[in-house]
Ligand binder design. Structure first.
Ligand code: SF4
Length: 703
């Protein structure tokens, strides 16, 4: 008999609800959940083919260990595997201290999984070395929100897209990366022919095709554009002086800076016409309801935090925030990057949006967990963590639900780090990711359709995700693996792991996390699994006694800062980490394709998802191709000092001379050459520590 179970799509941060159709213990179908507020039954190609990924042949079924690097793995038992891991971690901690171990986890995990990983590192072991692939994704958005609005909270809802009069898409390509959000944009356009859509993107992306104004800015010049638009808003009297005076601080200092960002000066920096900058600013400022949407084009930059602040400034200056159809809206990359941030799953954060640097916050978390203290020394963020593995400062690493050997920039350095590490544990659903080759111990984890817990999408909406089928073989839930390991490690370290990790199920972890949010900006003390099942997915905050979650933040103009006011930050244009030169003359951009997700460990198992493109293609401008004697279809070597990738080149419209574009999805698991991350830049933003994955200077030559 067939049954349907409510879950979510496990790909992007739109967080679409799905109904998983099962027959016995098999997934046989999937469709969009018509009752889920995020998607109302709609799915993109990735979500609609999720059932085809439920193929056990790609999965890791049993714990496996490797006696030596380079040797094949052999099957082991869970007891032997977790005892070995606990002994190796305990020995390392005893000999070298708690900071000699690290955890590198994932925005694909459930919030409950994230919570126990965080508690294991910061509460039981006493290290803040727990970071996540969300560092590659949203950490600049986090830092941008905190610097300007006070806390990491996207203020808008998807419904606001339908009410916007101007939609400003910057550094994002939702037509392929967040397709169901883009359906909202298309619906808004259909309902309102006067809607203006502005897209700022160095490439004429799929999203730019419906734009009324495309701003093909030079890579990395976003701050110049936003400051130039602010200059025009001030010059043309489009600033809401009353809002600025009552609800913000720091405007005058920024206004002084942007005096120099005339449209003509900015046109020079950004490589776009001055009148287009004026037009964009006027549409924005005169709209009465401007919504901006942004993602990795702003985040994955050495000034990603200030990119985010720059676009938020436009809303604060015009008072277009906390109103219907208005506000800055960061589109979350991964399905549960938000949930991870909520439980403090980054090396500089603590539970419920608390800060590691704040002694009061550390004391609160220590009290909640029943531990003497939480260490104050900041942990290593992703790039620094792998550098510390390479240098030997970190000896042992536990990686969960992510594939750093493919997804981190400067792959050669990351792979050397993994090779150098004394001990690598990989907790993973899939058997053959690039990282698996470096693992001393492989622990099989449950995957989509099998997991149980909660996830939070881009609009702060928490969904209760149910298991539809059991995991294959001996695979276990991520939280369950962590809890079992924590208890064993606690016994060896003389810490009461049983007391700290008493959980019998995901719900008991959720309930502890819920309590940690009491009185915080993201207070969810009103939620429970039962309530989410009965009332449906809810947006936070949703404190005890609330009858529903909150759709829009800051409607009262009060911000969660010490003085209740939002802050303008004195941001200035700075260069990208690498400037094209004679040796590496091409600006290489990277991005997503419609039918694939991240490193393709899941979408790469579905043949029909290769119909659009069956290999990664480097897109180039015809002049750059002619200059190199290239024709479409030729194989080219893309190189810089970090590495090389060999791919086919094609002349594609939408790129300016001197720029090339390559999809991010392929790695050596799917072709005989490393992907774009072989050459991707690992320089980071000073505040968010997010690497500049979006831009690198390269040379391109015929093979
Ligand atoms: Fe899944 Fe994102 Fe597509 Fe929705 S938009 S179906 S969450 S990949």
């Amino acid at each position: 008999m067939k049954t349907e179970v409510k879950s979510t799509c496990c790909y992007c941060g739109v967080g679409c609800g799905v109904l998983i159709e099962t027959e016995g213990e098999r997934i046989v179908g999937v469709r969009g959940d018509p009752e889920h507020p995020a998607n109302r039954g709609r799915l993109c190609t990735k979500g609609a083919t999720l059932n085809l990924t439920a193929n056990p042949s790609y999965r890791l079924h049993y714990p496996e260990r490797r006696a030596q690097r380079g040797e094949s793995t052999v099957r082991t038992t869970w007891d032997q595997a977790l005892d070995e891991a606990a002994e190796r971690f305990a020995a390392t901690i005893r000999q070298h201290g708690p900071d000699s171990v690290a955890f590198y986890i994932s925005g694909q995990l459930m919030t409950e999984d994230y919570y126990v990983f965080n508690k294991l590192a910061k509460g039981l072991i006493g290290t803040n070395n727990v970071d996540t692939n969300s560092r590659l994704c949203m950490s600049s958005a986090v830092a941008g929100y905190k610097q300007t609005l006070g806390v990491d909270a996207p203020p808008c809802s998807y419904e606001d897209i339908l009410q916007a009069k101007v939609i400003f898409i910057a550094g994002a390509n939702p037509a392929v990366a967040h397709p169901i959000v883009f359906r909202y944009v298309e619906d808004a356009r259909a309902a309102n022919p006067d809607l203006k859509i502005i897209v700022a993107d160095p490439r004429r992306s799929e999203s730019a095709e419906i734009a009324d104004l495309h701003l093909p800015i030079k890579p990395g010049t976003d701050i110049a554009l936003f400051n130039g638009m602010l200059h025009v808003l001030i010059r043309d009297g489009l600033v809401d002086d009353d809002y600025v005076a009552r609800h913000t601080t720091g405007f005058d200092a920024l206004a002084e800076i942007v005096r120099r960002y005339t449209p003509e000066a900015v046109a020079e920096v950004c490589g776009i016409p001055a009148q287009d900058i004026v037009q964009a600013a006027r549409w924005f400022g005169q709209s009465g309801a401007a919504l901006s949407m942004y993602c990795q084009g702003l985040n994955q930059s050495v000034h990603g935090t200030h990119n985010n602040a720059g676009i938020i400034h436009l809303h604060l200056a015009t008072g277009l925030i906390g109103k219907p159809g208005a506000g800055p809206f960061s589109l979350t990359g991964q399905p549960n990057a938000m949930g991870g941030r909520e439980v403090g799953g980054l090396s500089n954060l603590l539970s419920a949006h608390r800060d590691l640097a704040n002694p009061q916050h550390r004391a609160e978390v220590a009290a909640l967990w029943g531990v003497p203290s939480v260490p104050d020394k900041p942990g290593k963020s992703a790039i620094d963590m792998f550098a510390a593995l390479k240098s030997g400062e970190i000896k042992a690493v536990w990686i969960a639900c992510t594939n750093p050997a493919q997804s981190l920039p400067n792959q050669a350095a990351v792979r050397e780090a993994l090779q150098t590490a004394e001990y690598v544990v990989l907790q993973e659903a899939y058997a053959n990711t690039d990282t698996a080759a470096y693992a001393d111990l492989l622990l099989p984890a449950s995957g989509w359709g099998e997991k149980h817990g909660t996830v939070t999408n881009s609009e702060r909406r928490i969904t209760h995700v149910n298991s539809a089928v059991p995991a294959p073989g001996e695979a276990r839930h991520d939280w369950d693996i962590v809890v079992d390991f924590a208890r064993r490690l606690g016994r060896l370290l003389g810490t009461d792991g049983e007391r700290l990790f008493p959980y019998a199920d995901a719900e008991s972890i959720f309930n502890e996390h819920r309590e940690s949010t009491r009185g915080r900006d993201l207070d969810i003390t009103g939620l429970s699994y039962a309530w989410l099942d009965a009332a449906g997915p809810q947006q936070w905050p949703c404190p005890q006694g609330a009858i529903s979650g909150k759709g829009r933040l800051y409607e009262d103009g009060v911000f969660p800062t010490a003085d209740g006011k939002a802050r303008f930050v004195p941001v200035k244009h700075l260069a990208t980490a690498e400037t094209p030169d004679a040796e590496y003359p091409i600006s290489l951009l990277s991005g997503r394709m419609r039918d694939h997700w991240h490193g393709m460990s899941r979408t790469g198992t579905v043949p029909r998802l290769f119909n659009l493109e069956d290999e990664p293609v480097l897109a180039m401008h015809p002049c750059d191709m002619r200059h190199r004697g290239l024709s479409s279809g030729d194989l080219v070597r893309v190189t810089n000092a970090r590495g090389a990738s060999i791919v086919r080149v094609e002349e594609r419209p939408g790129l300016k001379k001197g720029r090339a574009w390559m999809p991010m999805h392929w790695g050596s698991q799917f072709m005989n050459t490393p992907g774009v991350n072989a050459v991707a830049c690992d320089a980071t933003d000073p505040y968010s520590k997010q690497p500049e994955l979006k831009h690198a200077a390269v040379q391109i030559e015929k093979v």
